[in-house]
Design a protein around this ligand. Structure first.
Ligand code: RNT
Ligand code: ZN
Length: 431
C-alpha cells in the first residue's frame, strides 16, 4: 500500500514537472497504452519451432547459449509467452513463424502447410483476445541450404518456396479473419553468399520474378498485408545479400507494399532513425523489427540504448506513431528466455514513452525561431526529467510488477517450472 502510494506521489510530482515543459503525461501514457507490440514467438525456443528436422538454425542467423528450460512443445511456448505477457504493461500481439505450426498429427512439407496446422494457435490467441502476425520460414530446411531460396537458379527450388509463401499468406489472411485484426505477413529470406559472386544482378532478377509471382494472388488488406524485410549481411553470407535495402525499398514502393526496417540490418554507422521521416513521405506504413546489434550480431535483446531512443523520437516527433507497426526481433539463448522477453519489450515501451514525453511543442518553437542554443539546452534537460516515475506509475496502473520487481517473478518461474523441464526431458529420453 505504502509503496503504491509513493509511486503515485512520485508520478504527481513528475506530472507537474512535465506540464511545466508543456507535456501532458496522462496523454503520453494513453498513447503508449494504445501502441500494440508484436512480440515474436522465437525468443522462447531459440528459433527452433516444431518441425524437428534436427538440422538446427541456419540462414545466416544464430542463437548462441544453452540456458536451462528451453520450451520444446507448443504448450511450453504458449505458457512462457503468457508468463512474459503477464509481466508486461500495455498490449501485445504474437508474431508467429510458420515452423511453429502444430504438427502433432503429422508433419507437413513447407509448401503443404495450411490453416489446420495453426488451429491450436488461433484458438489460443482467441482465448487471450490477442492478434497474431505471421512469417514464412525460408531457412533451416534442406531446400535452403545452398544459400538461395526465391533467388535460386533452380526453378524447382524457387517454385517450392513460392508455394510456401503462398500458403503462409493464406494462413495470415485466415488469422486476420478469425481474430478480427489485420495480420502482417513478413517476408525475410536469407539469400546471399559468403564470398564474391558475379551473379548479383541475376539473383535479384530471380527474386523480383519470384515475388511478382507470389503477389499475383491478392488478399483482402483488411485481413492481411505483406511486408518485406531487407538485410545487409548474415553470418556466413558476408559478401552479398540478395534482398538488400535498395532492392526491397524499390520493390515495396513500386508495388505499394510495406517495408520492414530491422534496425540490426544496416551499416553500424547508419542511423535507421533518420530513414523514418524520409520513408513516411512516400509510404503509408512501416514495420519495425526493433532489436540491438552488437558487432556482427543483429539480434541481441533490446535495451534502452541511443539507437532505439532515437528511432522512437523520430517517429513521435513526426507525429506518426499510428503509421508505424512495432515488432521485435531478438533471440538470446544464454539467459533466462522469459527474462529476455520482458526486458526487451519493456525497453521498447520505455523508448516509446520517453519519445512521447519529450517537450516537442516547445522544441519545435525554438527550432522554428532559430533559437538553437535553447533547443539544445531543452533537449539536454529533457534527458534528466523524472521519466522513471511515469514509467513506474504506468506499470502500477497496469497491475504488473513495478521496476525491478519482475526479476523475482522471472526467477520464481525459473525455479518452479523452467528448471524442471530439462530433467523431465532427460527422464523421457532414458525410458
Ligand atoms: C533475420 C531477420 C528475420 C529473423 C526472423 C527469425 O536477420 O531479422 O526477421 O530474425 O525471421
Ligand atoms: Zn528481423
Amino acid at each position: 500500500m505504502k509503496k503504491s502510494g509513493n509511486i503515485t506521489k512520485a508520478y504527481e510530482l513528475a506530472k507537474e514537472k512535465y506540464a511545466g515543459l508543456g507535456t501532458d503525461t496522462d496523454a503520453a501514457l494513453k498513447k503508449l497504452d494504445s501502441t500494440t507490440i508484436s512480440m515474436h514467438c522465437w525468443q522462447a525456443d531459440d528459433v527452433n519451432g516444431f518441425e524437428n528436422r534436427g538440422i538446427g538454425l541456419d540462414g545466416g542467423i544464430q542463437a548462441t547459449g544453452n540456458y536451462l528450460g528451453k520450451a520444446t512443445t507448443i504448450e511450453q511456448v504458449q505458457q512462457d509467452i503468457i508468463i512474459a505477457m503477464s509481466l508486461l504493461p500495455g498490449r501485445q500481439r504474437l508474431n508467429l513463424h510458420s515452423i511453429y505450426g502444430d504438427f502433432r498429427s503429422g508433419t507437413a512439407e513447407r509448401n503443404r502447410i495450411d490453416t489446420r496446422h495453426f488451429e491450436s494457435w488461433v484458438n489460443w490467441a482467441k482465448s487471450l483476445g490477442i492478434g497474431m502476425d505471421f512469417n514464412c520460414t525460408l531457412f533451416s530446411h534442406p531446400k535452403a541450404n545452398s544459400g538461395f531460396t526465391l533467388s535460386n537458379h533452380n526453378p524447382v527450388i524457387r517454385a517450392f518456396w513460392i508455394e510456401h509463401i503462398q500458403k503462409c499468406r493464406e494462413i495470415a489472411a485466415w488469422f486476420g479473419k478469425e481474430l478480427g485484426t489485420r495480420c502482417m505477413h513478413n517476408i525475410w529470406i536469407p539469400d546471399g553468399s559468403k564470398d564474391l559472386t558475379v551473379n548479383r544482378y541475376k539473383h535479384r532478377e530471380l527474386l523480383k520474378d519470384s515475388l511478382d509471382r507470389i503477389f499475383t494472388v491478392r488478399h483482402d488488406p483488411q485481413y492481411m498485408v505483406d511486408t518485406l524485410e531487407a538485410k545487409l549481411f548474415g553470418i556466413g553470407y558476408e559478401a552479398y545479400t540478395v534482398g538488400s535495402h535498395e532492392f526491397y525499398l524499390s520493390y515495396s514502393m513500386q508495388n505499394k507494399m510495406i517495408l520492414c526496417l530491422d534496425i540490426g540490418h544496416y551499416h553500424p554507422t547508419e542511423q535507421v532513425s533518420d530513414k523514418v521521416s524520409a520513408l513516411l513521405q512516400f509510404m503509408p506504413e512501416l514495420l519495425l523489427h526493433v532489436t540491438r546489434s552488437v558487432r556482427w550480431d543483429s539480434d541481441h535483446v533490446v535495451t534502452l540504448n541511443d539507437e532505439v531512443r532515437a528511432l522512437f523520437e523520430e517517429i513521435a516527433w513526426a507525429g506518426k506513431m499510428d503509421r508505424v507497426n512495432v515488432g521485435l526481433d531478438f533471440f538470446d539463448a544464454s539467459i533466462n528466455r522469459i527474462g529476455a522477453y520482458v526486458t526487451g519489450v519493456r525497453a521498447a515501451q520505455k523508448a516509446i514513452l520517453l519519445a512521447l514525453l519529450s517537450p516537442v511543442d516547445k522544441l519545435r518553437e525554438f527550432d522554428e525561431n532559430g533559437q538553437y542554443f535553447e533547443r539544445l539546452a531543452l533537449l539536454e534537460e529533457s534527458k534528466s526529467m523524472p521519466f522513471g516515475a511515469v514509467w513506474d506509475y504506468y506499470c502500477l496502473t497496469e497491475d504488473v510488477p513495478v521496476g525491478t520487481d519482475y526479476i523475482a517473478e522471472v526467477q520464481r518461474y525459473e525455479k518452479e517450472t523452467l528448471s524442471k523441464r530439462d530433467a523431465a526431458r532427460e527422464l523421457v529420453r532414458d525410458c
